[in-house]
Ligand binder design. Structure first.
Ligand code: ADP
Ligand code: MG
Length: 450
């Protein structure tokens, strides 16, 4: 098997959605091995041996060669064989793009591009109350992989920055420790690759491939729910790596305890490190994100426009980004100053007022957030679920059209002064405790969604 000196084993994205991760170096080794049956050894060493695997972009394997003579020889004689071997190795049609040596032929140059999507770095991540713990623990893991917080389990709703953070970990480690074998893969890809390996009777290869990495990052781990065979395989991969002090990072849309149909032993593993939640971005963070993203887009926004957007778009960072992208396009088309009226006219379609939430909806949401049953939440026993009940009353008062007595009856016909008391208590605590305020903000954000 040929070696590509100095080229770090990295996993890079492929496919336009950036969801498919494949180790290009391993793919190339596989291709070369296959070519051995069709190309004579001396020819292979001379021409194919000079190739640097550069990237897998969708279904195109990008290869670099040192000189024009290689380019011509490979184009005329070997392209077809290489494409056939690559298609074979990947189990799907793959074409090859040959280029004259450049960036990827010199892996050691100072400004080498980040191996993982470069927009996901710690520098580009805006931290605030709701994501600070996740941010700090991610940095900590990136600085000293395998030493603390192992596994690191990040969870939170859609579009709140999980993929950004786990990819930033991969980029940071790759930047500081070139050569470190880092695998970044979504649980879905892990599952698909496993199925493919089983079908082609190459599970051993699959296994050793994953067990050789030094940092394993699996995104959207909730995808493993109900997939017994994958869970089994992942469990052993996890144990083998963890037992050898390798770092594991997992991202999920919910905490381990809420992933249904997950083997208990895997849940135990997920829970044995650090679990951190990324919450809904609070107002201050939303403002900071809007300001930063506008700057990156080259948009000049006055403070009042930044505030106006941060007040209205509350449910995810992805939506904030979407809003800014719209503004940028609108600005390009229409020109002029971006003031509130301009922003309103552009963003109107995504700001359509959601229907006012109802008391039962508030109750379901709060019960879910505090992990109490609806009976406990609305029941009469004072001692049970007091805080969630007061929160639910507060939100019902602030966010629904219901009157005090309607709310009271929604909670087992308590006197309406109970509701007034709850509102006061929650208001006071909200002003004093940022953590509590953040919980309320995240619940309000969820209620604001259509
Ligand atoms: P998730 O994986 O949680 O669904 P992503 O990581 O894909 O969310 O984030 C959605 C988008 O929002 C991405 O473009 C990401 O860069 C951006 N984003 C999320 N959180 C932040 C943040 N705190 N600072 C800057 N960008 C963020
Ligand atoms: Mg994600």
């Amino acid at each position: 098997m040929l070696n590509v000196p100095g080229y770090p084993q990295v996993w890079i994205t492929g496919g336009s959605a950036g969801r498919r991760f494949m180790q290009v170096r391993d793919l190339w080794n596989d291709v070369v091995e296959r070519l051995q049956t069709s190309i004579e050894a001396s020819e292979l060493a001379c021409w194919v041996g000079a190739v640097q695997p550069c990237a897998l972009e969708g279904d195109v394997l990008v290869l670099e060669v040192p000189a024009r003579v290689h380019l011509e020889r490979l184009e005329t004689r070997y392209r077809v064989s290489i494409e056939a071997a690559a298609s074979d190795a990947r189990g799907r049609r793959t074409s090859v793009s040959l280029a004259l040596g450049g960036a990827c032929a010199k892996p050691s140059r100072a400004a080498s591009p980040l191996p993982f999507p470069s927009r996901y770095t710690f520098e580009r991540f805006v931290a605030g109350e709701s994501n600070r713990l996740a941010f700090q623990s991610s940095r900590c893991v990136a600085e000293r992989p395998g030493e603390r917080f192992n596994p690191l389990f990040l969870w939170g709703g859609v579009g709140l920055g999980k993929t950004h953070l786990v990819t930033a970990i991969a980029n940071a480690i790759a930047g500081r420790m070139p050569g470190k074998r880092i695998a970044l893969v979504s649980a879905e890809v892990f599952t698909n690759e496993l199925i493919r390996a089983i079908r082609s009777e190459r599970t051993e290869g699959f296994r050793s491939h994953f067990r050789r990495v030094e940092v394993l990052i699996v995104d959207d781990i909730q995808f493993l729910a109900g997939k017994e065979r994958t869970q089994e395989e992942f469990f052993h991969t996890f144990d083998s790596l963890h037992g050898n002090g390798k770092q594991l990072v997992l991202a999920s849309d919910r905490p381990p305890s809420e992933i249904v149909n997950l083997e208990q032993r895997l849940r135990d593993r997920f829970e044995c490190g650090l679990i951190t939640e990324i919450g809904f971005p609070e107002y201050t963070l939303r403002k900071a994100i809007v300001a930063r993203k506008a700057e990156l887009l080259g948009l000049r926004l006055e403070d009042d426009v930044v505030e106006w957007i941060a007040e209205r778009i509350v449910s995810s960072v992805r939506e904030l980004e979407g809003a800014l992208a719209r503004l940028a396009i609108g600005h390009e088309l229409r020109g002029g100053e971006i003031d509130r009226a301009f922003a309103a006219s552009i963003l109107e379609p995504i700001l359509r007022a959601p229907e006012a939430p109802t008391v039962p909806r508030v109750q379901r949401l709060v019960a879910d957030r505090f992990r109490v049953t609806l009976e406990e939440l609305t029941g009469r026993r004072r001692s049970v679920a007091l805080v969630p009940r007061q929160v639910a009353m507060y939100l019902s008062r602030k966010r629904t059209a219901a009157t005090f007595s309607e709310i009271a009856s929604g909670f087992g016909s308590r006197n309406h002064s109970t509701v007034m008391h709850a509102v006061k208590v929650v208001e006071e605590r909200r002003a004093l405790e940022p953590g509590f305020a953040a919980i309320l903000e995240s619940l309000e954000a969820k209620l604001a969604r259509v």
